[in-house]
Design a protein around this ligand. Structure first.
Ligand code: FA5
Length: 360
């Protein structure tokens, strides 16, 4: 029986190592650990063994099971990483540049560089454009309707306390704007989620949209809170989307901006416009999960907020939640950059302190 286990381990280890797709791995997993899998059914033979034989075969079986499980898990990660890598390394293909012609043009040596946040914006757009997301604009001066009401946050709902809001006195008249703003009090948008309803009203699913821009809050300003800051968000609606897609997108993005070995995990979090809602954690890039000062010993850092778009919100946007599901996923650029670049104070981004900005 130990020979049998040994052969099983050797032959499957080879198959696992040479698997090229997640589908092939799933097949091997089922052959071993499915309802009628070879590993699942193996202990059935234990009753036929002598006690002394069982003492040898039992631990060997456990060890074989564990090593095949971890071989599958490791290969799964390798395949996922090579997938992410391939997407990230692909050129965008939006423009072809005639480099020979460019060389002939004499240009002055350029002084200065783009702001750190602007550079980061470009990285984010590039990563999501590769997955087929297009940019969408929503107004920074908006109505209470789009910022709250239609997102399942009615007036007097306690969840409004999550967003300290700057309202605008317009003397009862609507302010001029390129966007038509529907009735409702005017405010400075507190989050890029004000785009969700506009996208749904303008587009028929399926769609993949991304929004980037300034948000404003009536904050007690400190090292982690600014009154004016940048947020990024994706709104993705299609048939059959689930939290698994959300986890994939999170991991894809973290690996694009932090490096290839950052994992993501989801934990329950309340936002009125998603159900279920999630806080998206990334494995702490400083201690790689061991626990350190930055992550408060937890090993993970919360990097984004997300969830499946609430059926009421889909309905408000004219989308049938029985047919389509949606993912909304967003984060603050300053806070994410603080983690990546080891910056201690979010206020430095808008401070105009050139000594600080020129370091990047
Ligand atoms: C929101 O604003 C949600 N709209 C995010 C979301 C999108 C959830 C899609 C679900 C689906 P929250 O208030 O937690 O959530 O802000 C999101 C991020 O913005 C925070 O994690 C933080 O990175 C950043 N942020 C929020 N307030 C500030 C602030 N005052 N200064 C700097 N960054 C901030």
């Amino acid at each position: 029986m130990d020979d049998h286990l040994d052969n099983l381990k050797k032959s499957y280890q080879l198959d696992i190592e040479s698997a090229k797709t997640l589908g092939e791995l799933d097949k091997l997993f089922l052959e071993l650990f499915g309802k009628n899998g070879k590993i699942t059914l193996f202990p059935k033979n234990f009753s036929k063994l002598e006690k002394s034989e069982l003492k040898v075969v039992g631990p060997l079986f456990n060890q074989t099971k564990k090593s095949l499980e971890s071989a599958i898990e490791e290969r799964r990660e390798e395949i996922k990483l090579s997938g992410f890598k391939k997407i990230l390394e692909e050129p965008l293909g939006l423009r072809t540049v005639n480099s020979a012609a460019l060389k002939k043009i004499k240009t002055k040596k350029r002084q200065g560089h783009m702001h750190l946040v602007t550079q980061f914006e470009e990285e984010i757009i590039r990563a999501f454009a590769k997955l087929g997301f297009s940019q969408f604009e929503s107004p920074q001066i908006d109505s209470d309707d789009y910022n709250f009401e239609k997102l399942n946050i009615p007036e007097n709902h306690p969840a409004r306390d999550l967003w300290d809001t700057l309202y605008i006195e317009s003397g009862g008249k609507s302010l001029e704007s390129s966007e038509k703003i529907t009735p409702g009090k005017l405010l400075l948008r507190t989050h890029t989620s004000n785009s969700q309803m506009r996208i749904m009203e303008k587009m028929k699913p399926p769609f993949r949209q991304m929004i980037l821009g300034r948000c404003y809050r009536y904050e007690n300003v400190d090292a982690r809170h600014e009154h004016t800051f940048e947020q990024f968000e994706i709104v993705y609606v299609d048939k059959g989307l689930s939290m698994a897609n959300l986890l994939y997108l999170s991991e894809y993005f973290f690996q694009a901006i932090f490096g290839y070995d950052v994992k993501a995990r989801l934990k329950p979090k309340y936002y009125p416009f998603v159900e279920p809602g999630a806080g998206v954690d990334g494995l702490c890039i400083f201690c790689k999960g061991k626990g350190c000062k930055v992550c408060g010993g937890v090993g993970w850092l919360e990097l984004a907020g997300a969830g499946m778009i609430h059926p009421t919100v889909l309905r408000n946007g004219g989308i049938d939640p029985d047919v389509y599901s949606g993912i909304a996923w967003g984060f603050g650029l300053g806070r994410m950059l603080m983690v990546r670049e080891g910056i201690e104070d979010v206020r430095l981004f808008n401070s105009g302190d050139l000594k600080f900005l020129n370091k990047y």
